[in-house]
Design a protein. Structure first.
Length: 303
């Protein structure tokens, strides 16, 4: 049955000239059929450069929106149209417009985990892997950072620069409390602690490295260490354990699951390829504005 679905997906993919882009948090069965898996920045670059006519985006809604903004002539399909990101929903365009009025003259840096309408009110976007370089590239001393207060706090600390933070957060990463990390460190004293910057600042403060999802995967690939405590969504921990059976990976907590990322599955991928439904399309007047901060971000050089 599963093999049949995979076979059908593969045939339809050719027929439709489709590419399947998959975020690192997606279920294993979905990652297994990917043309490309990655973090938000890598997936944006892939979406911008693909020659496919159809992008099946296995991630959450803002990621599919970003792909549609970058490739407006392609059909972007989200297998489960209800897979949103609660953090992205924590700021609306109207709220950002009001916040800009309260902080006149500020440059707006917006995390990619945001709606297209919010990006349209933004000067430059960032992701977890380039936030430090993006904030560094802004010449203004007055910077609004939204919506993730934790990623903003991390950038503040690294750059020793005060940012005007919006009070958004990721409910999944907020579950990774410093006391859970302390407990894991006590049980596994030789383990390195790798963390995603969406975690609370007190948790990030305990980290050996602060990295994006792909950053965590790449760090382990190069490290000689044998044990790791992983401070992000647990799919990364499972993926690492499968990839490196001789090493040991410990989640900070079993509660670190993003329910939205788990909504996509093989049946839903097949369904959108068959029916060409669940298209994510950003209205042109918003997309024309939102593409500017995304392109500015893509031009920031990695350090
Ligand atoms: P990455 O860009 O690090 O993959 O993070 C995306 C995300 O939503 C993390 O919660
Ligand atoms: Fe959004 Fe958090 Fe899920 Fe990432 S893990 S998609 S930030 S809810």
């Amino acid at each position: 049955m599963k093999e049949e679905i995979i076979q059908k997906i593969s045939e339809l993919k050719k027929q439709r000239n489709a590419v399947i882009l998959v975020h690192n948090y997606q279920k294993k069965e979905v990652q297994d059929i990917a043309d490309f898996t990655g973090d938000s920045l890598e997936l944006s670059r892939k979406a911008a450069n693909t020659t496919a006519d159809v992008i099946v985006f296995c991630g959450v809604h803002f990621m599919a929106e970003t792909a549609s903004i970058l490739s407006p002539d392609k059909k972007v399909l989200l297998p489960d149209s209800a897979s949103g990101c609660p953090m992205a929903d924590m700021i609306t365009a109207e709220q950002l417009i009001q916040f800009k009025k309260e902080n006149p003259g500020a440059t707006v840096v917006t995390y990619i985990n945001s709606s297209a309408a919010v990006k349209a009110e933004t000067d430059i976007c960032c992701t977890s892997s380039n936030a430090i370089n993006v904030v560094k590239s802004v010449k203004n001393d007055k910077i609004i950072f939204c919506p993730d207060r934790n990623l903003g706090s991390y950038a503040q600390k690294v750059l020793n620069k005060k940012l005007i933070l919006w009070n958004g957060f990721c409910p999944t990463h907020m579950k990774m409390l410093p006391e859970y990390v302390a407990l894991q460190k006590e049980i596994h004293p030789n383990a390195l602690f790798l963390v995603h910057p969406e975690c609370p600042p007190q948790t990030v403060a305990l980290a050996d490295e602060v990295l994006s999802t792909t950053g965590i995967l790449n760090y382990v690939a190069k490290s000689d260490a044998k044990e790791f405590i992983i401070g992000t969504e647990n799919e990364i921990t499972f993926k690492l354990q499968r990839q490196y059976p001789d090493k040991k990976f410990y989640p900070v907590t079993d509660l670190a699951v993003c329910p939205n990322m788990k909504k996509n599955n093989l049946e839903k991928v097949l369904n959108v390829l068959e029916e060409m439904t669940n298209e994510v399309k950003v209205p042109k007047e918003i997309a024309d504005k939102a593409i500017i901060p995304i392109q500015r971000m893509l031009e920031v050089k990695p350090s």
